[in-house]
Ligand binder design. Structure first.
Ligand SMILES: [Zn+2]
Length: 402
């Protein structure tokens, strides 16, 4: 903290307010005395901040609580799940996406469809700003918006929040925050989609149990790694951390692996385990067959006899396990989530975990708990909203607007 900040009582007050809100976010419900104990703030500070937050309708007192027989009733406090909302959307290169509103708990409220005819930045900005205006009218008249989160398939510069590069949108150095801010009178945060979803997963975990770090391996049409370290997104100096689609190529003797990736290498990791990559392998091995695109592993599992798709299943398991080894031995995170838009069947899951354990060079106690989760298209908007909620809970800059 700088000297001028330390002298600024309102800055101190804002920091204490954030501490109190974060604490309440974690424990969900707490009395004023719980908050005094948990935050180490004085009870008069807690009483005063709570009063402010109740006036702003950011907190509510839970009314149906058992009242004490002596003295004033001590109603427990919770973050208001109404009144304040966050908007989120995912720019993926799809022409139709949802703009979604969530409450401060990250719970879904409602949504509208946005249609993009073009991904020219000016056109995208126009569609989003019209969408924000429309969705705002669907909330109650007294509703207030905390901010808009946009998650994007591409690399985002950490300092400016501008899009450095997006292959899917064909963008190069697009100052999206500035463009949107000219049209939309809300705090706006842009984040790489994988990072945003990793943060949402982390915040979801944190409500139950404290973890210092989390690695989320996203397996979808492509591949990405989202890293949360000390509760914050780690995106690297230029935002390129976790771009793992082409970091490894496995050129084993299997002929199927010889297909060239668009990056020029043979058999990149994303070609082996992404939904698109597995589907391509199936199409090659089972010419003329259809119906595998949505659930390629389940489709294969039904037909997995030796020489008949088993090679693809093995390759998926071994490649995924090696990525888990790499993540573990590079970052040693508290937990790993494999988040996919298709199902890893039970047999594949078991095989991945076995190979992961076998290949780990570190002793067995370094093997992480691995959770398999499925995402929907909706999850990405949830991730975008989580980034806004996280900023709201951690950054006093954000509070200038409240
Ligand atoms: Zn490649």
């Amino acid at each position: 903290m700088t000297k001028s900040q330390a002298n600024d009582m309102s800055t101190m007050r804002k920091l204490n307010t954030l501490l109190l809100l974060r604490t309440l976010y974690q424990v969900q419900t707490a009395s004023r005395s719980d908050l005094t104990r948990l935050t180490d703030l004085s009870s008069s500070a807690v009483t005063s901040i709570v009063k402010d937050l109740l006036n702003k309708r950011l907190l509510i007192e839970k009314q149906n609580y058992q009242q004490r027989s002596v003295g004033r009733p001590r109603l427990p406090l919770a973050i208001n799940s109404r009144c304040w909302y966050v908007l989120g959307l995912h720019l993926s290169g799809d022409n139709s996406v949802d703009l979604v509103s969530f409450n401060l708990q990250g719970e879904y409220i409602n949504r509208i469809k946005l249609s993009f005819d073009s991904f020219a930045p000016a056109a995208v900005t126009k569609v989003i700003s019209e969408g924000v205006a429309t969705l705002s009218t669907k909330l109650e008249p007294t509703a207030r918006l905390i901010g808009l989160g946009v998650s994007l398939s591409g690399v985002i510069a950490p300092q400016t929040g501008h899009c450095t590069y997006s292959e899917r949108l064909n963008w190069h150095k697009i100052p999206l925050v500035s463009l949107l801010s000219e049209q939309i009178d809300l705090p706006i945060i842009i984040e790489r989609d994988v990072n945003a979803l990793a943060l949402a997963e982390y915040m979801n975990l944190e409500k139950g149990e404290q973890k210092s770090s989390l690695a989320v391996l996203m397996v979808g049409n492509g591949l990405g790694l989202g890293l949360i370290i000390n509760g914050q997104i780690y995106s690297g100096v230029q935002g390129g951390a976790g771009e793992i689609s082409h970091i490894l190529n496995f050129t084993d003797r299997d002929q199927l692996d010889k297909e060239q990736c668009y990056c020029g290498q043979l058999a990149c990791v994303s070609q082996l385990i992404s939904k698109k990559g597995i589907s391509k392998q199936i199409a090659k091995l089972f010419p003329g067959k259809t119906g595998f695109a949505e659930q390629p592993l389940l489709w294969l599992q039904d037909r997995s006899k030796p020489g008949n798709g088993l090679s693809i299943l093995n390759r998926v398991a071994v490649t995924t396990a090696l990525l888990l080894k790499l993540i573990t031995e590079t970052y040693d995170p508290a937990q790993i989530i494999i988040s996919s838009n298709f199902q890893f069947d039970r047999e594949s899951q078991q095989k991945i975990l076995n190979v992961y354990g076998d290949r780990l060079t570190l002793p067995v106690e370094f093997k992480k708990e691995v959770i398999f989760k499925n995402w929907s298209s909706f999850s990405w908007a949830w991730g975008a909203a989580a980034v806004v909620i996280n900023n709201f809970l951690n950054s006093i800059d954000f509070w200038r607007n409240l």
